[in-house]
Ligand binder design. Sequence first.
Ligand code: ARG
Length: 457
Amino acid sequence: MSKKAWGGRFSGEALEWVEEFNASIHFDKVLLDLDIKGSIAHAEMLADCGIISAEDKDTIVDGLHRVKEEADKGNIEWDVKHEDIHMNVEHALIELIGPVGGKLHTGRSRNDQIATDMHLYVKEQVLSIIQSIEELQNTIIKIAEENIHVIMPGYTHLQRAQPILFSHHMMAYFWMFKRDKERMQDALKRIDVSPLGAGAISGTTFNIDREMTKKALGFGDLYHNSMDAVSDRDYIIETLSGINLVMIHLSRISEEIIFWMSEEAKFVTLSDTFTTGSSMMPQKKNPDMAELIRGKTGRTTGALMSMLMLVKGLPLTYNKDMQEDKEGLFDAVTTVLGALKIMNGMIDTMTVNEERLEQTINEDFSNATELADYLVEKNVPFRDAHEVVGKLVLKCINSNQYLKDLSLEEFQAANRFIEKDIYDVLSPKTVVDRRLSYGGTSTESVKQQIKYAKEII
Ligand code: ARG
């Protein structure tokens, strides 16, 4: 049996099933590259500060590169006996270069080491999430521009409310993702901080240079308190919160797409690539990808919840509980990146069924507000106008017609101020295009919105 790094203190035997429970190597092995990067920066700093010799440093750095190469070739067997990625790498290093490898851990603890690895990991992933959000935003702009004039029903309470432009509806998501991106960018300030050199808890007696490792690893700042450095997991919680808002937004748009794809709505058709069939019902084309995004949002929410629970009662500083910060985060990162990519492809290849939307929007009462506003312009108090229109709607429902089907006489019987221009006023296109207020759904306002969106992306 191989000797433990802490073997000196121990005389009892280690049991494999206990080691199995204790280990994190199954999942923290994904940190290999970053762990080696951190170790190289640390070794170089140790040599520059005269704590280890230049020769030892060269041997160690060379050895670390070799560990990486051997690992990539699959020649290193990760072992629960060495618990985690840090001890496995150190073990492999000593096997390759001999006892000098043991000098690497001078002035460092696994506590600041794992914190460093995780900061590097989260930074890398957040940057790629930001990029994926941006790609999706561009696709949203593209589909909005391609369908700039298409009118669809806008809903409140999932009841037809007022006609809107499809492009306006899509652009609403652009702004949600803009906020998501900003949240991620803001979190970067707190992610991009070096804990390296905090030691186990209190710093170190060696004359290390934390600025140097900070710079070498490309961090923008460093922790100013060693205890905070090793116990802070806020940045993981923040990242998970940010990821979850992205997922929630993706889930909401998924829900809409699922509805739009239904036989009842038929507003859009998803491409074959982003749908699946049924094993039994030959006619089916199911929006599985959208459903999965909606479903996976539950998973990422779970990761955030467990992270919050994890740190809730933890005293300073490092506690082994913190090893549990990884799997949920890794999974959430993979999930959000996958979901963003799928959503991007799904929207990019989606067909908007303009004719069907046109028919839909002409067969509802979503122009009722327009008639009320028309009467208000003729000096009828809004409350009274509301009442008049409500009665007309009821009349139409009872006689199976829509407002536009009423004769001018019928309109005038309801209110004598109504004139024949009412038919144009009630047409969905007029309804939409009169909404010229800033941020409204008129073609002009939406074009202005898209122009601004393009400027700021
Ligand atoms: N595998 C550990 C983790 O992920 C690394 C830090 C271990 N530190 C310790 N003092 N046992 O949290």
